[in-house]
Design a protein around this ligand. Sequence first.
Ligand code: GYE
Length: 329
Amino acid sequence: MMLALCAGCGGGEESASSGDSGSKDGKQITIGYSQLGAESEWRTAQTESIKQAAKDAGINLQFSDAQQKQENQIKAIRSFIAQGVDLIAFTPIVETGWDTVLKEAKDAGIPVVIVDRDAKVSDDLYVAKIGTDSVAEGRKAFEWVDQYMKEQNKTPRGGGDQYQIAVLEGTVGASVSLGRSKGFNEAMQAAEDGSKYTIAMSQTGEFTRQKGQEVMESFLKSGGRDTIDILFSQNDDMALGAIQAIEAAGLQPGKDIVIVSVDGVKGAFQAMIDGKSNCTVECNPLQGPLLMETAKKILNGEQVDKMVYMDEGVFPAEVAEKTLPERKY
Ligand code: GYE
């Protein structure tokens, strides 16, 4: 869907200052984009998508990487305001704390687009949000688990009659971490057999492979080795780290511990092909074309949707081999 939107984006840099391709009143458009960091394979793909789409649209992109610090994002946004860019886009590392700086952008007359993660700010402080439906992703993850556990009909490893779930959460305070937990938990409560499950352990792995591995190690050491049935990892990178920890503990990831994660990056598909993971819920990082298209419309004074979600699917292990060659990230 979002790719189709870019069908008329025009070609490359030569057209940067002609027609409506990347231009505002005949001048090249400048967008200041504050990225939160480079913590995951998903993030790399999103950054790439935004840079490439800006190039394709003939837009001048001022890209700033905040290295996981909100204060750096705030600084970057302030510097975009000082430069007088045409539009500011940013991916908020956490949900709260943006009011002051967005008010400054508003006072300077610079439109703001929020990309990927959500920020809790009043409607007048941004023009549009291009996002990912993290609550739906969490819900889809639980629904897949529930279906799979029913089919497998296994006995809980730790005895008793409940499946024990370990959760690797994303960045603390990030909308997508909160949303994925919310969606997963709500689906569990709503499920007919929801009482068959319990969340035994839950901790942040900060969306990185390294932290995912470390936290999984500590889950396994603190009793989880003989009790965890299911791992819900809020992104693929943490699941890939956890797989290493599970193997190091002498267990088989994807068999002894059922693994579902979110993102749909190639690494997760490979892990499923290798029999080490069970399902990935897609979160689409290819947001660049939609961002550029939205920015151009805003700067042309056209109406845009206040909130647009990306299209996202669910990929269990049995389709991994067939699907991997088609994956773009
Ligand atoms: O799932 C994770 C990344 O904000 C949706 O951030 C994004 C998340 C993504 O680091 O891998």
